[in-house]
Ligand binder design. Structure first.
Ligand SMILES: C[S@@+](CC[C@H](N)C(=O)[O-])C[C@H]1O[C@@H](n2cnc3c(N)ncnc32)[C@H](O)[C@@H]1O
Length: 309
């Protein structure tokens, strides 16, 4: 690893991820959200010479960072245990399936600290920047959505993806404001929210509004559902799936996917062969010590399962 690289992100539940994910040192692993490569670094450390790790990220900046971070490994060319893909993790199965079944698949959802701290990405209401919020430079920017969507659609989006109690009022204020002047920056949007939401819940509302817009812009929930389903076609028997989510909407999707494909739900449904065994009856969450040293880990929930058929 190139140690002079700038800080990128602190990996969450690192020890727990490695313990649950790695079952064969020479297996094939996929890190669907490689980010700053914090989890991948430990995966590589745990792997033997014949092990393989495919790292995916939609954000080209994460891939470029990992190229530098894992330079020594990547310079091994054909013998490198690591390969990087600037692609959505929902494509990981179709891209890699011809290379062999997976021993482990990791998803650490959401945004990295680098993305949050980089004002030009617009992910954080705490930084002045353009309303972009995309993981990759393709598709609709948040600015376009905010300035074009109908008031009803905006309210529905804030309710559905942010569970925001003031959704209707915020949507109304957005529409009123954009008639005067287009909403272009994170601060423009934050000011609108500030104008309609009680001060005591302002921070929470701002987080919920930015989360809702990010989810919508990147179609995050549909992508997650699709990716989880496709995983079943690539995961080897005994292979593990480990997912860390950061809000209830994501966690619900993961929980339902694992339950719907596991023995737990299918016990009475003799005709359905369960495909997974749940390894975490309750989600694993960071301990106080981890939350103290990395406050951004506080909402993390890890769920894992093993392919059994
Ligand atoms: C929480 S960070 C991962 C951090 C990483 N585990 C580490 O240790 O540095 C989440 C990453 O997932 C990426 N991401 C989000 N949605 C994605 C998608 N659909 N496909 C691929 N990458 C995605 C983001 O760009 C971000 O880099």
């Amino acid at each position: 690893m190139a140690s002079e690289l700038e800080y990128y992100h602190t990996p969450v539940l690192l020890k727990e991820v490695i313990e649950l994910l790695i079952t064969d040192k020479n297996g094939i692993y996929v890190d669907g959200t490689i980010g700053g490569g914090g989890h991948s670094e430990k995966i590589l450390e745990a792997l033997g010479e014949k092990g393989k790790l495919y790292g995916f990220d939609k954000d080209i900046e994460a891939i470029e960072y990992c190229k530098e971070k894992f330079k020594i490994e990547l310079e091994k060319g054909g013998n490198s245990r690591l390969e990087l893909f600037n692609e959505c993790f929902s494509k990981a199965c179709s891209i890699t399936r011809h290379r062999g079944e997976w021993t482990g698949f990791l998803l650490d959802l959401g945004v990295s600290s680098r993305q949050l701290d980089e004002s030009r990405r617009g992910f954080s209401y705490r930084r002045v920047g353009p309303l972009d919020l995309r993981f990759s430079p393709h598709g609709t920017k948040a600015e376009d959505l905010i300035n074009a969507a109908s008031e009803e659609d905006l309210a529905a989006l804030l309710r559905k993806y942010g569970e925001e109690p003031f959704a209707k009022k915020i949507a109304n204020a957005i529409v009123r404001q954009r008639k005067l002047t287009p909403i272009k920056t994170t601060v423009d949007l934050a000011k609108i929210v500030e104008g309609v939401v009680p001060r005591r819940i302002l921070t929470k509302s701002l987080s919920r509004v930015f989360q809702a817009i990010r989810i919508a812009i990147n179609d995050e929930l549909n992508v997650l559902e699709k990716a989880l389903q496709s995983t079943l076609a690539c995961l080897a028997k005994g292979g593990r799936i480990v997912v860390i989510s950061y809000h209830s909407l994501e966690d619900r999707i993961v929980k339902n996917f694992l339950r719907n494909n596991s023995m737990q739900r299918n016990r009475k449904e003799a005709t359905i062969v369960p495909k997974l065994k749940i390894l975490t009856p309750k989600p694993i969450m960071p301990c106080e010590e981890e939350i103290k040293s990395n406050p951004r880990s506080r909402s993390a929930k890890l769920r894992a399962a093993e392919r059994i058929a």
